[in-house]
Ligand binder design. Sequence first.
Ligand code: ATP
Length: 610
Amino acid sequence: MATKKPESKSLENRERFYYTQDRIAEKPFNWPQMLRLLGYLKPYSKTLLPAAVVALLVNTAVRLFVPILIGKVAFDRVIGQRDTHALYWLVAAIAAMYLINLISNYFRIKLTNKLGQYVIYDLRKVLFNHVQKLSHRFFDQRSAGSVLVRIINDVNSLQDLFTNGIVNTLMDLIQLIGILVIMFTLSWQLALAVLVVLPIMFFLSTKFRRKIRRAWQMVRVKLSKLNSHLNESLQGVRVTQSFNQEVNNEAFFDGVNIETRETQNQAQQKSATFSPFVEGANAVGSAILIWFGSYLILNSGNVTTGVFVSFAFYLGMFWDPISRLGQTYNQLLMAMASSERIFEFLDEKPIVKDSEAPVSMEHIKGTIDFEDVVFSYDDKRNALNHINLHMNAGDTIALVGHTGSGKSTIANLIARFYDVTGGSVKFDGIDVRDINLEELRANVSTVIQDTFIFSGTILENIRFGRPGATDEEVIAAAEAAGADDFIKQLSNGYETEVEERGNILSVGERQLLSFARALLANPKILILDEATSSIDTESELKIQEATDKLLEGRTSIIIAHRLSTIREADKIIVLENGNILEQGTHDELMVLGGKYYELVISQFEALNAS
Ligand SMILES: Nc1ncnc2c1ncn2[C@@H]1O[C@H](COP(=O)(O)OP(=O)(O)OP(=O)(O)O)[C@@H](O)[C@H]1O
């Protein structure tokens, strides 16, 4: 009852919050995929894996042997034949067995855990390295949160399989087969009788297990929703607070939190109903053993008290592996789904990649040509239509136009974050797709407005521009960019730690940092997304000086907002809806009296009004 209200609140909110869900939490068993997954054990196939298998074989052999010692030897030999001498040997043997059991068990657990952790480490590493190389298009289609949730949740869900699942399944199978063989060898009649419950047990367990499995899958779906919302809420906390959306956020979170709690409860309840059935089957088996076992002891020659006792032990050992195998099967199906999603990421090829024989960027001066370039982000709508452009090496080119006109898209194609849909982009007449990508990225720097500051020191953040640079070079770049003044005033100067996104820095300071980064990288081609935010005149002056420094001696493409920058550009390109409307110098375009003229006039009016 108490859950009603938040539930309905969460329904109201559902329209605002939408998270793509990995609905299918399990997939049918699939051998090729399983083999691919097992391939991750390969690096350990000569070390950890055989060691773990040996430990488990010893462990299982001891477990299988002890009931014989206790049953046949203790009861039939020692007690039956009153052989006290054998008693000492028996006690010593049982003690030795338990000792071996203890040691082998210790190693089995230690080694399998270690194996699992190593495999999961490898998987996480491969996945991380791969995902961070994927093209922009991949990240356009997914939120960073959903990628994060997938890397964490799916890899974690494989952890159980690798730590316990695979090796323990082997142990359970060997134990089961061992018990069956021994029981049938000791007395096939008694073995058949006690195992009558097996088909019933099998039927019940598959039926139950399916329900339990589905219940746990729901838990995972809810948890993933909870994680996505948490991630988004934390990332957007400032906007949430500024628009007073905390209550809505809270209500939605509460709704998902309740759903998670309820599904957890249901899953746990379903799991709990299962064990009484196992115990029931166990009890029936024991009853049959007592009744039919006693009958056989009294009426047939080959079932002794010792055999009876061994049977009792084996019966007790029988249900655990069956139960565990069922669990492993669940794990396996869930692992199928997780691994499918992991492999889907791993199989995702970077769309932007090197050609067969990439050309070096070394002799390229920085002339840029767009030849009949068509580009679409989603294959539905063109962001650029048949663009033809020529930019001379060393020139400064200003891109102007309304929002959404295609300025950033032109920059994205020059940096080769995307490949053209049609036509070609060329540097010194060479198609960018034929240029060595690593060199291209090292020679084309993009300075964006809201640059990303990584956690670490200021020094390291600037060094990001060229990882091999010395401290002196980093400081020289910061000085040239005019960032030196504010850095020195920070508590620890260049060694000041800044957090992810650089919250302690102002917009202007962040911009100067990104200039320093770009200066350090010393690219042949520079793309600069000029700040739109208004900064004070002093900072503006500093940034202007830094910009001038930055532009020197390289081809620069500026997504320009300031009239001063635009006016000084060698060429101005006016874009509208992915088309070039006008191009030329400031004076040429002013004479033309078209869109650019209108833009300049409106900027002047805005300046005069303010
Ligand atoms: N990653 C993307 N996926 C899909 N469409 C996109 C993507 N980025 C931009 N677009 C679309 O492409 C068109 C051109 O966008 P672009 O970012 O080049 O404009 P812009 O001129 O740089 O705008 P602004 O001045 O606002 O930055 C727009 O219609 C935009 O919606």
